[in-house]
Design a protein around this ligand. Structure first.
Ligand SMILES: CSC[C@H]1O[C@@H](n2cnc3c(O)ncnc32)[C@H](O)[C@@H]1O
Ligand SMILES: [Zn+2]
Length: 424
């Protein structure tokens, strides 16, 4: 049991900060929120000069890509993938992916993230890493068939679902992830739609990331990418669609009527020169958007707080409207929308929700003076102000030290394994 005493917290549903409250955590749930809560069994945390927020969801990443950080920069997506990333990924071992994921998880924890939506290979090892860390993950096996091996990947996916879906006390979910429309044939996409239906009705894909993807799709299918996915039935599932940079107005209208969650990846889209997602239009169409870092080779970090800051201010410039994507909208993407897109009962500080809470230091420079704490969370804070992270009712980070994983050992391992990888 944990009792947060006299703490301020972000009530994301009411869009306001509530001051001087007590929050009682019992097992993995927020049991009670109120004034003067007493418990003689709970570990008491002094919440004065602290701000509790719902722990964040990193809505799209590739945890296993850390070894390619700063290895392939200043390239467009097509060149980056084909010339640099895929040749290195061909040499990655399960062990590499495990340790690379461990490092990414540490980085995510340090920016207040309790839950990742990850797409990669060796997802059994990624599942183990997430379980060991005490965090949550929707872990999605990336699927392709353009260069062969499609059926073997399906066998692996089935095994993964059997062994790891709902593992770690329900902290892990397994979802199929066709990589994209340009790496999967129509027949293969249809197979994966059927498999997703037989699992939990959820699918994850990269969608409409570059102009090239759109023009190739128009040539091949005479439709834009989201219309094409709809024509083969994918949009009747719950779809987590990373990027969505080049959606047309027609596509925005379509997905506003479907259970589709676009994931905003501003740093990756800026760095790869892919463009800007029409976030403001999507918000105005009542689409629920998530936010993610993407992998550490296109961002090049796993800092969701930085992502929120960039994600908000870049939209204002692009739309020439300073009111576009205000702080509260970005915070919703990382919290309540995160809970909705993963299906975990988190992303809100509310009685009976899962106890996933990040605690900021209000005595830090970015929160001084305390004119507007919602603005501060988006515009003037950084990850270093997050002191503690509670996931599933347990303290995973205390005073910026990750308690569940050995950060120093992980860094040493990743350095060693990266050297070996690059010399193979
Ligand atoms: C099949 S596992 C995931 C696969 O995706 C690659 N990847 C990483 N970032 C992106 C991106 O922004 N667009 C498309 N594909 C990306 C990653 O390298 C893996 O091969
Ligand atoms: Zn991606």
């Amino acid at each position: 049991m944990i009792l947060l005493k006299n703490i301020s917290y972000l009530d994301i549903e009411e869009e306001k900060i509530k001051e001087n409250m007590d929050i009682l955590i019992e097992d993995n749930l927020i049991k009670k929120i109120g004034k003067d809560i007493k418990s003689n069994r709970a570990e008491v945390i002094d919440g004065r000069e602290r701000l509790a927020v719902p722990a964040y969801t990193n809505g799209h990443t590739h945890l296993g890509m850390t070894m390619m950080r700063n290895l392939a920069d200043d390239l467009d997506l097509d060149t980056w993938l084909n010339k640099k990333i895929w040749p290195v990924e061909d040499k990655l071992t399960d062990e590499d992916i495990y340790w690379a994921s461990m490092l990414s998880i540490v980085e995510n924890i340090k920016s207040g993230v309790s839950t990742v939506y990850d797409m990669y290979y060796s997802m059994d090892r990624v599942s183990e890493a997430v379980i060991e860390s005490g965090t949550r993950g929707v872990l999605t096996r990336g699927m392709m068939d353009i260069s062969g091996g499609g059926d073997e990947r399906i066998d692996e996916l089935m095994e993964l679902y059997k062994n790891y879906n709902n593992a770690g006390n329900g902290r892990v979910k397994i979802v199929p992830a066709p990589h994209s429309i340009y790496t999967c044939s129509t027949e293969y996409l249809k197979k994966l739609i059927n498999i997703a239906e037989s699992f939990d009705g959820v699918i994850n894909i990269h969608l409409s990331e570059t102009k090239k993807e759109v023009s190739d799709c128009l040539k091949e299918h005479l439709m834009t990418p989201a219309m094409y996915l709809d024509s083969i039935g994918m949009l009747d599932l719950k779809v987590i669609a990373a990027h969505c940079v080049h959606l047309t107005d027609e596509e925005i209208n379509l997905i506003s009527k479907k259970d589709v969650f676009p994931i905003y990846n501003p740093s990756s889209n800026l760095k790869l020169g892919s463009g800007f997602a029409p976030i403001d239009k999507m918000i105005k169409s009542n689409i629920k958007i998530g936010i993610g870092t993407d992998g550490s080779s296109s961002n090049n970090n796993q800092d969701l707080v930085e992502e929120m800051h960039i994600g908000s201010i870049v939209n204002k410039a692009v739309t020439l409207d300073p009111n576009a994507v205000p702080a509260i909208e970005i915070l919703k993407m990382a919290t309540v929308n995160g809970g909705a897109l993963t299906g975990f009962n988190n992303g809100v500080i509310r009685e009976n929700a899962l106890a996933d809470i990040a605690i900021y230091d209000l005595n830090s420079i970015g929160f001084t003076p305390k004119n507007n704490l919602i603005s501060a969370l988006c515009y003037s804070s950084n990850s270093n102000y997050i002191l503690d992270l509670i996931v599933d009712g347990k303290i995973v980070m205390k005073n910026r030290e990750v308690l569940t994983l050995d950060e120093e050992k992980i860094k040493v391992k990743v350095r060693e394994l990266t050297e070996k990888l690059l010399n193979r």
